[in-house]
Design a protein around this ligand. Structure first.
Ligand SMILES: [Zn+2]
Length: 440
């Protein structure tokens, strides 16, 4: 059992309860034991959080751990270690592994790996279709019974509308949402956003319409079936408009945005120099979009139209990116840069602090109803799990993937000077200090 911890004198922000005050937080036996001022418990280890923010551990609805099948890119051990360092104490693992969890026995073998190796809480997401091939439904009932919190073929949109309708109906009967990567594959073979930059670079583009059309189709199917639809990593201004409209009509649709799409645009592929970089580390699916799209995502997050900030953490081996742009793998390693980009945007006055806090905690918990699995998850109140993150919002950070826990060093942010650093993380009552000077 972990020793009691006293996180002293930080600014506690808990969107679930509306708390925003300088408080001490005491953890004991894996739970939050007390919040208050001048707590003096005997025998507790003290962490001085003066000048820092204290939030409940972040919850990520969209992460790729790569194991089983792609251990050269990442393992459950390394990537959950990266999650921990990034402040994410609960993550949902996407099913594009090999084998993919499309039936009970495969899911069970993956859950055994989580139990053995995961350093944070991991919930599984099951496949929508067998082998994620989009041809026939996976064993959704077995996957639900085995503990999946959602279904997704992430990376492979369900192109067949009839199959998607059946999947939504069955998922709804099982009480689970479908998290859909909204794209229309027959519209492109693109490697980046279709527009001025792709033209300048001579690269094939993915039009915004490919995402927007899929969002529209899937929302109509959700409305027709009454099923819960979660739009994974929305990237387009028009997509946001459709989602906002659906929510106003009472359709049960939720959505997430990645830190990458909030912070970067298609220009990152070109790079910052005068000559084009063709930066494969800025290649992600769906692609980084235009500045207008990025601003729409920021506004939607601040307005509460976006439920969750999800990392889409996607580690790759160096050789997966050291190729021609069109041949490079899609994805950005994000766990260990998320806090820095988000808090840089808070410091700029671009992102609202409380909106960011909500979208990292109670927002994602509500979207996947994770409080049904772990009561009190996403809240910082007595009785909640002892999951905490301590952030110094003013600390300068230079992004250096060589120092990351993740096997994936694939980030377009290497060398960037940002603001906001994770100082300490408590996961299930266990303390990890990222900077020793915090320890009193
Ligand atoms: Zn995806």
């Amino acid at each position: 059992m972990n020793e009691p911890l006293l996180i002293r004198g930080g600014r506690v922000i808990d969107p679930a309860s509306g708390t925003d005050a300088v408080l001490d937080v005491l953890t004991r036996d894996g739970r939050i034991a007390a919040l208050g001022t001048n707590l003096e418990p005997a025998g507790a280890r003290v962490v001085d959080a003066a000048g820092c923010l204290v939030l409940t551990g972040f919850v990520d609805l969209h992460a790729h751990l790569r194991e089983p099948g792609f251990e050269q890119k990442g393992t459950i051990r390394t990537e959950t270690g990266a999650a921990l360092r990034g402040g994410f104490t609960t993550i949902c693992a996407m099913p594009n592994t090999s084998p993919a969890p499309d039936c009970g026995p495969v899911l069970e073998s993956i859950l055994e790996r989580f139990a053995r190796d995961a350093r944070v809480r991991v919930f599984p997401i099951g496949c929508i279709t067998r082998r994620r091939e989009g041809q026939e439904l996976a064993e959704l009932a077995e996957l639900a019974a085995g503990g999946c919190v959602a279904f997704s073929d992430d990376g492979s949109p369900v192109a067949n509308g009839r199959l998607m309708r059946n999947a939504l109906q069955l998922a709804s009967a099982l009480g689970l949402p479908i998290s859909e990567h909204c794209d229309t594959p027959e519209l492109h073979h693109g490697a980046m956003n279709e527009g001025a930059v792709s033209e300048r670079l001579g690269l094939p583009g993915q039009p915004a319409a490919a995402e927007v059309a899929a969002i529209a189709r899937n929302i109509e199917l959700a409305a027709a079936t009454g099923a819960r639809l979660h739009i994974a990593h929305v990237t387009t201004a028009r997509g946001i408009e459709i989602i906002a409209d659906a929510r106003q009509r009472g359709i049960p649709v939720t959505c997430e945005v990645t830190p990458s799409h909030l912070f970067l645009t298609e220009e990152a592929v070109f790079g910052e120099g005068p000559e084009p970089a063709y930066d494969t580390n800025a290649k992600i699916n769906p692609p980084l979009r235009t500045e207008q799209d990025r601003r729409a995502l920021v506004a939607a997050l601040n307005a509460g139209i976006i439920d969750a900030i999800a990392t889409d953490h996607a580690p790759h081996a160096v050789e997966d990116k050291l190729v021609e742009f069109e041949d490079a793998a899609f994805g950005i390693s994000c766990f260990e840069s998320a806090v820095a980009t988000l808090w840089t945007q808070v410091a700029r006055g671009e992102l609202d602090l409380h909106a960011v806090a909500r979208a990292l905690t109670i927002g994602p918990v509500a979207a996947f109803e994770l409080n049904r699995r772990v009561p009190g998850l996403g809240r910082l109140q007595p009785g909640s799990p002892a999951d905490l993150v301590v952030i110094d919002p003013a600390a300068p950070v230079t992004i250096d993937p060589a120092r990351w826990a993740s096997k994936g060093k694939n980030t377009p942010l290497a060398g960037r000077s940002l603001t906001g650093r994770v100082r300490a993380v408590v996961a299930g009552g266990a303390l990890t200090l990222l900077e020793e000077e915090l320890h009193v």
